[in-house]
Write a protein that binds this ligand. Structure first.
Ligand code: SF4
Length: 199
């Protein structure tokens, strides 16, 4: 069965660049929306023990897998080796140990420009409108509510989820991939291995 690791080897440099550029356009729009809502709420993330980097979020897209791989390829072999070792340890660790994301170094994301969507959207109260019209609402992180109180504004994730789904659908159509993806950042890095091909 095709896996993200096997299918991305079939993606040529032009396709990788094209989808990478479109993904980063989407990421820029997410970041801007996040800044607007967090500024309106008076919330600044200073980091804490309960942030996304200590959570086992799953990621579901080949387009983000591909971009994370491009980010890893920009690092030195020694850096990649260290990150890969941490990723293997994180995957092996029991969930209750809450190992940090292998990209977390000195409290900062080593591949901040390439961090996936959920890392960008985490922390603020949010709403999502599903295709059937149902609206889901989610709380902010504990630090948000400790500093800002109950949610007065919510980040609307709907347009970003829809654009991400459209981008993913287009990439999958290009490469003929239909399998479900559900991987943590650590699992993605383990799947890529320490020898990441240069994009
Ligand atoms: S990718 Fe970066 S921002 Fe996301 S969890 Fe890992 S260290 Fe944190």
């Amino acid at each position: 069965m095709a896996t993200p690791a096997s299918v991305v080897t079939l993606i040529d440099a032009d396709l990788r660049r094209s989808f990478g550029a479109r993904l980063h356009h989407l990421y820029a729009d997410m970041d801007q929306a996040y800044r607007q809502v967090s500024a309106a709420c008076g919330f600044i993330c200073h980091g804490c023990d309960d942030n996304c980097c200590w959570s086992r979020f799953h990621h579901h897209t080949i387009v983000e897998y591909l971009d994370l791989q491009s980010g890893l390829a920009s690092l030195t072999p020694n850096e990649r080796e260290q990150i890969s070792t941490r990723a293997v340890e994180a995957v092996k660790a029991p969930a209750q140990q809450r190992p940090p994301c292998p990209l977390l170094e000195d409290g900062r994301c080593r591949l901040y420009r390439h961090r996936p969507m959920i890392c960008r959207l985490h922390g603020l109260p949010h709403r999502t409108e599903r295709p059937d019209g149902t609206v889901l609402q989610g709380d902010g992180c504990p630090a948000f509510h400790a500093r800002c109180g109950p949610a007065r504004l919510r980040l609307d994730r709907t347009p970003f989820y829809r654009r991400m789904a459209a981008l993913e659908t287009q990439l999958r159509a290009e490469i003929g991939f239909s399998a479900r993806v559900k991987l943590t950042v650590a699992e993605m890095i383990v799947a890529m291995g320490p020898e990441v091909d240069e994009p």
